[in-house]
Design a protein around this ligand. Sequence first.
Ligand code: SF4
Length: 253
Amino acid sequence: MLTPYDVLRMKKHLGMTSGEFLQKHTVPFEIEGQGLPGIKMRTTDDEPVCLLMDEEKGCTVYEHRPAACRYYPLGLMNIKAFKATEEEQYYFIVKEEHCQGHNEDNQLTVDEYREQQGVKEYDDYNWPWYQLVLKKKSSGPTIGKPSKMSLDFFFMCSYDVDRFRKFIVSPNFRTVYDLKDDYYTTLLEDDFELVTFGFKLLAQILFGDKTVPLVKDAYEKRYEERKDIIAAKFKLADELAKQQDPNEKYIDD
Ligand code: SF4
């Protein structure tokens, strides 16, 4: 599984847009239990082998390889226990025959291994995103299945930074979100800052956190401008709901 920071590091190193990287090097999947969109590295069809592997040179993005590759053969689980306020991380060893590292006479603590593999920077950057994924998981079916629109928004903020930038450049964005000019300019220029901002925006939109300031009365004004469209959408949603499986609920539509 790839994380937002993995995509940022590799797309920058490979000189690709996020859209090009996603299309060429990833395949989508559903993050287990959360219904959220995830991405994995694309491999060759037959073996399967990572497309970034060169038979002679080995990994062609080694300095920018993803966190999962850095961790291997250590597995990482982020868990939030029922009713717990804090997430906990657990590590475990994955033993597979092809991994020759198990034959080395070298003992390291988990912390030493993470330091050696340069993975801390990845985890620190991704931490707010891991929390969002865990929050979605722990909220379970009580929150309901997110709408297609919110899943697409999650995908864009998490992995597709160039599309996200187009979103914040759109004329309506600054009529709703009250960002200082300097900060807004930084977001336009810096992929890493922009994705961090995306995590905050996701937390606000999906879970009601209030860290991104809003323009005063922005929602009310926007509602006034769009109330006919919104009414038509509700009518259509009503019609569709009548044809839908009654056991499925979409409360955030
Ligand atoms: S370490 Fe291996 S799996 Fe990971 S990006 Fe490099 S070649 Fe691909």
